[in-house]
Design a protein around this ligand. Structure first.
Ligand SMILES: Cc1cc2nc3c(=O)[nH]c(=O)nc-3n(C[C@H](O)[C@H](O)[C@H](O)COP(=O)(O)O)c2cc1C
Length: 152
């Protein structure tokens, strides 16, 4: 039921307007199901008001978030996220603009780290700090394609 609603009312932007895309990685502080749910519920409520969509990949050792929306709203959200005590070591990986959203149907999609992403050893070894802007974006392009397959 929820999927049907999302499918019928995807976020729409004015034609020819650019959205801003931001990707960052961080380390959770006190990560558990309850903490994650708190972040996701708050994100969905706020993002709907601010025309922001995106995805949050999470595991006890990492948050990797992709945000897309009006540039001023993304800037203001990212400045709040950077100082949020629920995570630390926030590192910006990508800051770009686009005419097309990757997650138009998702106020904030939360997913555990996928099989094709990284092991905890790789993360501990700093693989995410070495991710190029292109690689970071490609992770969310691939992730959004996998979601589309299941929705259609
Ligand atoms: C990993 C992580 C992801 C977050 N993502 C979002 C988000 O997508 N949207 C949002 O509004 N807040 C998000 N937050 C919460 C913000 O840091 C901040 O607490 C919130 O935007 C403040 O909302 P308020 O101004 O309504 O009090 C996130 C926090 C964390 C730790």
């Amino acid at each position: 039921m929820e999927y049907v609603c999302y499918k019928l009312y995807p976020m729409r932007d004015a034609e020819n307007s650019f959205i801003k895309q931001v990707i960052y990685v961080s380390k959770p502080v006190g990560f558990d199901d309850k903490a994650l749910e708190g972040v996701l519920v708050q994100s969905k409520q706020n993002n709907k008001k601010n025309q922001i969509t995106g995805a949050l990949i999470c595991r006890s050792d990492l948050y990797l978030q992709y945000l897309e929306g009006p540039p001023n709203k993304i800037d203001s959200l990212y400045s709040k996220i950077k100082i949020d005590a629920r995570h630390t070591d926030v590192k910006l990986l990508e800051d770009a603009k686009s005419k097309r959203r990757l997650f138009a149907n998702w106020e904030m999609r939360g997913d555990p780290v996928k099989d094709w992403m990284w092991t905890q050893e790789e993360v501990a070894d700093g693989v995410l700090e070495r991710l190029s802007q292109n690689d970071a974006m490609n992770i969310f392009v691939q992730h959004s394609r996998e979601i589309d397959q299941f929705l259609s």
